[in-house]
Design a protein around this ligand. Structure first.
Ligand code: MSP
Length: 663
């Protein structure tokens, strides 16, 4: 056909283990990639990890590891999870790989040779968490993306002439398909209209990055490094003929799928870099909304993540995929809860498609010796056939517009229609009769149901690859991957096909499934290397002597090295609030200089939340995370623990800067 399709996920930062927020983007891309492959299109699907920059360097330091060790560990968690979920990516790029580093340097040279890079001095604010230069901000101002305090950066940098691209970018946004959805497009247009300043594209005060060619005192700005993955992975900047051919074949990307918080990097910086390099632009940048849990964006720093593994171990990968794509309106934020997951699973999968498939196939087994009955395959006059044809057409249009939820709703309306049709036609009563007319009607009813199941399975295959493959084999049709979706029509199910072994595809879930998932989440919070058994009771996390005593002690004393392992920092309380249903606990957000941490502390009986705002406290910053009342606590606040009394927070008489270490 000569058609190609290239789709990418953002490359994930390695400062956090994967959670279902990351899985959401990856699942959406995997579904689109599978859909394209099923249409016979030569598809390339890329994902990977973003491993350089100050944020990763600091996270590694806090974990007591080298950045490379740290990146290796978390990157492999992403890779393993995608493998376990059956994600069909064609490559997995890591920005610390040689192939990437060399090719990014090649891109930098090209931007420089084309006259878009100059040296200058940068003095301004920087958000390490988003790796964002915050133009026009003053010291202490918060980051416009995440609200965390920015840091002042003063250093000699290489600059990219972003300002030169303002008009050109606005022309590009005139194409309504370039940035989707419309809300994000408007956001980008108004950002660019408000004026673009040149962008610093190197850093010289830390080393964890790709050296600037011919000036290795500088490392390349992590966003230039990261965005370039979309071209380096497919061969840009390589001298190998094969890699060059792959680049020419697949670039430009058809879809860069991203979360809405990284629109500016993808829709402003990235096209400007490409224009400056004289390279074609991606065809579409599609931003989805956030997955919320307990009403907030699911994220490591908030400590409200849900791990994909929990759902894979209970309901399986297809259930997670279906739920996320059906429940969340693509482009908008959507809430995740175990209750909603199980409810949707039971309603649509166990009682919906699963039940329809199993009752239809069981009756074919019973009344037609396990062979698809021969019936009139014509759609004319068959209301279900007509609905199915409409469903195919609508589903494809909605899918192409990334309206997964609506597309699945339409397909499941067909499931509902067939359920009703079965009830109305009572095949079980027809099966009791032996006259020819009843047999012919029974054959028609069961053929119609089985054909509708086949059509839903084909449409839903990119969304639920495993379950639909099983249904396909149970229908006696062999390998679903060989089916060409573009040919899908009513009446293709051949009469006389022998059914495969019939087994339930979606066993029903009950209340205990929800409890199991919740329990697995609570237990799984702590990193696997340092298991922390945390009781669900509201035990105050003020230090007890046992918690404070590091290992390797003789006669109760510890070596200075042992003490040095404890990272004590000055923190400032930014947010304090009561934890619902726990009298002793407060949820705190504490700025510790490098980041704002969520902590849960057992000090609610001693301090009213509002009296704590702005207070400087001492934090144990390198304690393994633990969970209290469903909230992750990342560190511990130090307080005197008084026998029979209330805890008293440690503090300072002199003013001390936030983030200072205690030693
Ligand atoms: N490393 C950058 C991207 C560089 S791309 C050249 C980055 N990484 S990230 O790990 O912080 O997150 C990347 C993406 O993960 C988000 O854009 C989004 O696609 C996905 N998500 C992470 N948390 C999410 C939710 N809570 N909800 C939905 N998607 C989320 O930014």
């Amino acid at each position: 056909m000569g058609q190609k399709f290239y789709i990418t996920t953002p490359i994930y930062y390695v400062n956090a283990r994967p959670h279902i927020g990351h899985a959401y983007t990856t699942i959406a891309c995997d579904t689109i990639a599978r859909h394209q492959r099923m249409l016979g299109v030569d598809t390339f699907f890329l994902t990977g990890t973003d491993e350089h920059g100050q944020k990763i360097e600091r996270a590694a330091q806090e974990a007591g590891k080298t950045p490379q060790q740290y990146a290796d560990e978390i990157s492999s968690e992403f890779r393993n999870l995608w493998q376990r979920m059956g994600i069909s990516n064609d490559d997995f790029i890591r920005t610390t790989e040689e192939r990437h580093k060399k090719r990014v340097q090649e891109l930098f040279r090209r931007l420089r040779d084309n006259g878009y890079i100059y040296k200058g001095k940068y003095t301004g604010q920087y958000c390490v968490s988003d790796e964002l230069y915050v133009d026009g901000a003053k010291p202490g101002d918060p980051c416009p993306l995440c609200g965390r305090p920015t840091e002042t950066v003063e250093e000699e940098n290489y600059f990219f002439k972003l300002s030169a691209f303002q008009d050109k970018l606005l022309e590009i946004y005139a194409n309504p398909d370039f940035v989707r959805p419309e809300t994000r497009r408007n956001e980008v247009i108004s950002f660019v209209r408000s004026g673009l300043r040149d962008l610093s594209i190197s850093r010289s005060t830390f080393t964890w990055g790709i050296p600037v060619p011919d000036d290795p005192k500088h490392v390349i700005y992590v966003w230039l490094d990261a965005l370039a993955n979309y071209i380096t992975a497919i061969g840009y900047g390589s001298t190998h003929a094969g890699a060059q051919a792959a680049f020419h074949k697949y670039w430009p990307a058809d879809v860069h799928m991203i979360g809405k918080e990284i629109v500016r990097f993808h829709c402003v910086y990235w096209p400007a870099f490409l224009l400056a390099a004289g390279l074609p632009l991606p065809k579409a940048i599609v931003a989805h909304g956030w997955l919320l849990f307990e009403e907030n964006k699911m994220s490591k720093s908030r400590g409200n993540i849900v791990r994909a593994e929990t759902i894979l171990d209970t309901l399986g990968s297809d259930a997670l995929r279906y739920f996320l794509l059906r429940e969340v309106v693509f482009g908008q934020d959507g809430s995740f809860s175990f209750d909603a997951l199980v409810q949707r699973y039971n309603a649509d999968l166990a009682n919906g498609l699963g039940n329809l498939a199993s009752r239809t196939l069981t009756m074919i087994g019973r009344y037609f010796h396990g062979e698809i009955p021969t019936a009139s395959p014509s759609a004319a006059g068959n209301a279900i056939a007509e609905t199915a044809l409409r469903t195919i057409a609508e589903f494809n249009v909605l899918f192409d517009q990334f309206q997964f939820s609506r597309a699945l709703e339409v397909a499941w309306a067909l499931v509902g229609a067939v359920d009703k049709y079965i009830v109305e036609n009572e095949p079980w009563s027809l099966g009791e009769k032996q006259d020819e007319a009843s047999r012919a009607r029974l054959a028609n009813v069961l053929y119609t149901s089985a054909e509708a199941v086949r059509i839903v399975a084909a449409l839903a295959h990119p969304v639920m690859p495993e379950a639909t493959a099983k249904i396909w084999t149970q229908l006696g049709l062999g390998d679903i991957r060989k089916f060409q979706l573009s040919t899908l029509q009513w009446g293709q199910l051949p009469g006389g096909t022998r059914l495969g072994k019939i087994e339930p595809v979606f066993p029903r879930a009950d209340k205990s499934t929800i409890e199991r998932m919740q329990q697995m989440e609570d237990e799984g919070r702590a990193p696997s290397t340092t298991p922390v058994a945390e009781p669900q009771s509201a035990a105050p996390p003020v230090p007890s002597p046992a918690q404070q005593a590091p290992a390797a002690a003789t006669d109760g004393k510890i070596a200075i090295d042992d003490f040095a392992k404890v990272d004590l920092r000055v923190g400032q309380i930014k947010v304090a609030e009561k934890v619902k249903g726990a009298d002793k606990l407060l949820r705190l957000e504490v700025d510790i200089g490098s980041e704002v941490r969520q902590l849960v502390a057992g000090i609610a009986e001693a301090y009213a939340p509002e009296t704590l705002l702005g207070r400087k406290v001492v934090i144990v910053a390198n304690l393994a995370p633990r969970k209290l009342r469903g909230l992750e606590s990342n560190g511990m606040i130090v307080a005197a623990s008084l026998e029979g009394g209330k805890p008293v927070l440690a503090g300072f008489l002199e003013d001390v800067p936030v983030g200072a270490r205690l030693k």
